[in-house]
Write a protein of this length. Sequence first.
Lengths: 214, 214
Amino acid sequence: MSLVLRSYWRSSCSWRVRIGLNWKQLPYDIVPVHLVADGGQQHSDTHRALNPSRELPVLLVDGEPLAQSVAILEYLEETHPDPPLLPRSPLDRARVRQMTEVVNSGIQPVQNLRVMQRLGREYDFSRADQVGWSRDWIALGLTALEQLVSNHGGRYSFGDSVSWADLCLVPQLYNARRFDVDLTAFPSLTAVESQLESLPEFVAAHPDQQPDAA
Amino acid sequence: MSLVLRSYWRSSCSWRVRIGLNWKQLPYDIVPVHLVADGGQQHSDTHRALNPSRELPVLLVDGEPLAQSVAILEYLEETHPDPPLLPRSPLDRARVRQMTEVVNSGIQPVQNLRVMQRLGREYDFSRADQVGWSRDWIALGLTALEQLVSNHGGRYSFGDSVSWADLCLVPQLYNARRFDVDLTAFPSLTAVESQLESLPEFVAAHPDQQPDAA
């Protein structure tokens, strides 16, 4: 199976998938897609033909393009179940998926670059207003996630095994720091992060380790 | 198994789950949670204890609260696989999940009530500006979905079997009309919708059929 990931070093959704691929020990090539240069390379004809949503990541599986990070992670779990990134029981899996969606649909879409860009371009939000917008949505979502991890977490976000919730957590906390979110309110989340950040699969997926890191 | 759905008649995420439960022929009780009355009943202590994200829907499975519509649909698929709402092959499943996420994380979170409310409350967006904000995000996301359904659809969004992509499509098109999106640009989507809207599982899940319909 040939795997090519179209990725941007600081894209949190690309980052999730990089960790997932590393966790499954699947080799992949990276094709960098710059979200700002050239007006955003995700808007190119080449990229749109692979993902009409004009977003990252896209995973090419033997040339077949798959988009949406959660859909890609589900695909990897179904085709490469070991080592797992989901627990076994349906109820536990639902809890991990709930945490995943708190970030995937609850936080990231409202604070991402395209939203900030539109607020600036069409509604004259200053850079400070754009950052404030994103900061407050991140804090709101992390407040919910802190409660869930406090209830269900252990060494990691859900119990003592690494799961998708962790793949979403680490990039989201990185974004939180970029937007000056006060993380002292989220002790469970930062405790889990400190367990995760030295794992080799997470180290290799970090933005600073990417070929397009600036 | 006792199933209780905390739902709001016009919540598109609640609506997806209602269709899913109907499709699986699972009986459930509805507890209405009003998203506007009392400052939003999703902010009550009772509801927050069940879902710290303060959102709908929440499905109580023998009293255990599950939140996030996609996590709930995955749980229902794992515990009640027949009749299915996902195709069989991992690649096909990934395509349906991609379409699902185009709506779930790509459109709905950026155009929903809490975003519009914050734009009005904190940034003085007029009602017309709030509607314009949501309208344009819906149109952008539907443009991508139209391409995916044009590529992969048949009688329904993905091939000739009803899937989660359809459960997401119908409520999102309802929202599109509320926000005056021009749907003539989306002939594949409206053609699929016309096939879906007479199915009894979809009819029974429609907002107008809910106990809290206003």
